[in-house]
Design a protein around this ligand. Structure first.
Ligand code: PDD
Length: 292
């Protein structure tokens, strides 16, 4: 069976899927995206991802191409047709196709594409499987709460990480505080066992995975503080980890060449990963409250 993509109302062969050269996403990065995990044949945190999609679209005044119900139907249908039980769905909506002009076109229909990818996930992190992180200056724009397809700063950050043999880059603001990972949220566990991650304002993307991790931590009686932490504080942390739809909750064992604690994946990060995995398989949709 050929791999399929969804492009503006049609399921087409992935190899033949194409968009117009004057799509504003292509010319101006005038669009937004979501990445949703497929686990055990269902989507994880679907409501949260749809809420964030609407936030991103609303802030840019791009209209939803169709209703929530139709959007969900297409998402499920693409995953089903591609036989994806474990993996991701990528969804992108742009302002649409129009002759190149910076301001919003008068009449323009949003353009939507979706693709899927298979991937196996494990709830267990092996002893040597923590990730390395390098820090880079955060050179992005000021509206990082919008999941924009303009990702050049993250491309450069990820390449800097890869060049240094690391998996992720933690972006750092001019005051020395970590904002987030290039494609994940950044967390530390203090010596007192408190989870710390940046508050969900315009300085970071409000992570849907992190939101669930925060709730799970609360249920386990673990304290969470939403505040900035510095690179120096991260170096002294008991544990560090990242969260995202593609990594779940993944322990960080090295930051800029220095081991985090004893250099092994932390106990708490591993526990949270297992709980998140179990939650992901339950299909319990959690209501999602957008941060004020
Ligand atoms: N990235 N911060 C940034 C900058 C991200 O790009 C992402 C996700 C996250 C975590 O968000 P969530 O938990 O909702 O996945 C935080 C996706 C996975 C990507 O670009 O591939």
């Amino acid at each position: 069976m050929a791999r399929l993509a969804y492009v503006n109302g049609r399921f087409v062969r992935h190899a033949d899927a194409a968009i117009h050269i004057e799509d504003r996403g292509y010319q101006f990065a005038d669009g937004v995206y979501e990445v949703v995990t497929v686990l055990g044949g269902g989507f994880v945190d679907e409501a949260g991802h749809l809420a964030r999609l609407k936030h991103s679209l609303g802030e840019l005044r791009i209209s939803m191409p169709f209703s929530d119900a139709v959007l969900k139907l297409v998402m499920h249908e693409l995953a089903r047709r591609n036989g994806v039980r474990d993996g991701y769905l990528y969804l992108q909506i742009t302002r649409g196709v129009a002759p190149r002009d910076f301001k919003f076109p008068k009449a323009c229909k949003s353009a939507i594409v979706m693709t899927t990818r298979r991937q196996r996930f494990s709830p267990v992190v092996e002893e040597g499987a923590g990730i390395r992180v390098v820090t880079v200056l955060d050179i992005r724009w000021a509206r990082r709460d919008i999941k924009s397809i303009g990702l050049l700063a993250q491309v450069l950050a990820k390449q800097a990480a890869a060049d240094a043999g690391a998996f992720e880059a933690w972006m750092v603001d001019p005051d020395g505080f970590v904002t987030e990972g290039a494609s994940s949220n950044a967390w530390i566990v203090t010596r007192d066992g408190v989870l710390v991650t940046r508050q969900a304002d315009h300085s970071v993307l409000h992570g849907i995975t992190g939101n669930s991790i925060e709730r799970i931590a609360g249920e386990l009686g673990i304290k969470v503080e939403r505040r900035p932490f510095s690179v120096a504080e991260a170096h002294e942390a008991r544990e560090a980890f990242v969260t995202s739809a593609t990594t779940f909750c993944l322990p960080v064992t090295e930051i800029d060449g220095r081991a985090v604690a004893n250099g092994y994946p932390g106990e708490l990060s591993r526990t949270l990963r297992q709980h998140y995995f179990a939650y992901g398989l339950t299909r319990q949709e959690q209501a999602f409250a957008w941060p004020k």
